[in-house]
Design a protein around this ligand. Structure first.
Ligand code: ZN
Length: 274
């Protein structure tokens, strides 16, 4: 009986140690941990710019807390309808996927409390081939109308996952902000927050692509709670991607988001803001 207790105790201790180690892979201890990136930067109007329906799953904490905790206006642009995505599980005819995922993006935005959102019609997996100048101009037009003070997007050099659409949207968003700053700085967004992947996890478990992401990212300046419940709900809303986490990471979404419980950002703040 005593031996059984000892063995069970050892196994539990081992599991706890393994879980603790695994959890550490999703941390960036150097980043400043804040309750809300929008809140700490005093942003009153937030614009998220992403490539695909479900990309906002990376920033649920930032968007939810900006709205519910800090009372900011939140908006989002999704550049494509995600029509080229792999369905997991299959919930629609592939030729209808763009319509289905367009709707899923709107439902997800509604659940996150967005005040406004637009889903554009750039080709999924073809954003990098689209007219770049036109893309930057469209983003500048929306920024001129919406006047966000905080813009959140992908880090252009890594795109969170090396996806060319992500990288191109990060680049175009950064260029749009820079161009407004150079022509009419008084109306330009004051802050860009780039969402980053946890580097240890990416370099240890992400294979070659993950190592590239980790090495092309800057160190995050900020960390904040990721609102795991919203992410888990988000995968229910994005029904055609419900099994994505299990397929890619080999673990259920509820587990991944409990362990990977923070969002990391590199914040670029423009000090000459009037
Ligand atoms: Zn994406």
């Amino acid at each position: 009986m005593r031996i059984v207790t000892l063995i069970v105790g050892a196994v539990v201790a081992l599991l706890a140690a393994a879980l603790f180690w695994f959890d550490r892979q999703f941390e960036e201890p150097e980043a400043e941990l804040v309750p809300s990136v929008a809140g700490v930067l005093e942003a009153k109007s937030v614009l998220a710019v992403f490539a695909h329906p479900d990309d906002e799953q990376l920033v649920t904490g930032l968007l939810l807390r900006a709205k519910s905790r800090d009372g900011a206006i939140t908006r989002m642009i999704t550049a494509t309808k995600g029509e080229a995505g792999k369905q997991t599980p299959i919930v629609a005819r592939q030729e209808d996927l763009g319509v289905v995922r367009h709707a899923e993006a709107l439902k997800s935005g509604f659940a996150l409390g967005l005040d406004e959102q637009e889903v554009w019609d750039y080709p999924d997996s073809g954003v990098a081939d689209a007219d770049y100048e036109e893309l930057v101009r469209r983003l500048m037009d929306r920024m001129a109308i919406w006047q966000p003070d905080l813009v959140v997007t992908f880090w252009p050099e890594s795109g969170f996952s090396n996806h060319p659409d992500h990288m191109r949207m990060g680049q175009a968003t950064r260029d749009a902000v820079y161009r407004i700053r150079s022509t009419s700085p008084e109306t330009a967004p004051a802050i860009i927050a780039y969402v980053l992947a946890p580097r240890l996890m990416m370099s240890r478990f992400g294979g070659e692509s993950g190592q590239l992401v980790a090495s092309n990212q800057p160190a995050p300046t900020h960390a904040m709670p990721g609102e795991a419940d919203a992410k888990i709900r988000g995968w229910e809303i994005h029904a055609s991607q419900r099994n994505y986490v299990r397929d890619v990471y080999g673990m259920p979404a509820w587990f991944l988001h409990r362990v990977n419980d923070k969002e990391f950002y590199y914040v670029e703040e423009f000090s000459d803001q009037p």
